[in-house]
Design a protein around this ligand. Structure first.
Ligand SMILES: [Zn+2]
Length: 233
């Protein structure tokens, strides 16, 4: 025979079970809804500062594993007629730093230019001028990273085919001393970002003009391959 206490306990268990099932359904339903609604209405980006805020928010979403730009089929559909990326990222070829992923930007939201050591050349400047002047991109980010092989190559005076002239372009950025190699790599990567930004401004009147008119900003950043965090300089 069931005692009153046992009976109450059974009711309570059933109630908890029903509540947890309902909650589970609700949560999964909400997740689907929020993903669909967010990816259909990207944040409205009008100014360069809006673009910078979205990149900072995107890296935070990536760090917290709360990405919203992951419905690639929907993004292909949304961008099949045209593209209006809000930012352009110039980064290293390093396999650990795909900008679309680390900024949670999916398809169609950012232009990406990648070259070992994230330096500029006339082809890259031309790509930046297309992005900013023709497609209305609001922000250029030059992003270096920790533990960069290209920076290490520069410090070690590495020579190899066409890589030799590429590394020579980074050489003026060397900062610090080899007694603390990790610090030297990071400080040189930062200096390289600063020098690359200065070169872009010096060598592209198109970009300088857009910045002067307030239509464009250029920012430097360092990506930490050990944490996934982007720090803007
Ligand atoms: Zn690198």
């Amino acid at each position: 025979m069931m005692t009153k206490a046992k009976f109450t306990g059974t009711i309570l268990s059933v109630a908890i079970l029903i509540a947890s099932c309902t909650q589970g359904q609700k949560q999964s339903g909400n997740t689907e809804l929020s993903n669909a609604s967010v990816s259909k209405k990207h944040p409205i980006i009008i100014t360069p500062d809006d673009a910078l805020t979205e990149l900072k928010n995107g890296n935070q979403r990536f760090l917290e594993n709360k990405q919203i730009n992951i419905n690639y089929k929907e993004e292909i559909e949304a961008t099949k007629a045209d593209q209006r990326p809000h930012s352009l990222i110039l980064s290293c070829v390093d396999s650990r730093i795909p900008p679309e992923i680390i900024f949670d930007q999916g398809i169609g939201n950012i232009f990406v230019v990648r070259v070992a050591g994230n330096i500029e050349d006339p082809n890259i400047l031309g790509s930046m001028e297309f992005a900013t002047k023709i497609k209305g991109t609001k922000l250029i980010v030059v992003m270096g990273h920790t533990k960069c092989g290209a920076i290490k190559g520069v410090i070690d005076n590495a020579e190899l085919g066409n890589l030799t002239q590429l590394l020579a372009q980074i050489k003026p950025a060397i900062t610090g001393d080899k007694s603390n190699m990790e610090l030297m790599l990071t400080e040189t990567a930062k200096k390289n970002v600063e020098l690359t930004i200065a070169d872009i401004l010096n060598q592209s009147p198109v970009i300088s003009e857009l910045i002067k008119d307030g239509k464009l900003k250029i920012a430097g950043a360092i990506y930490d391959v050990a944490t996934g965090k982007v720090s803007f300089l």
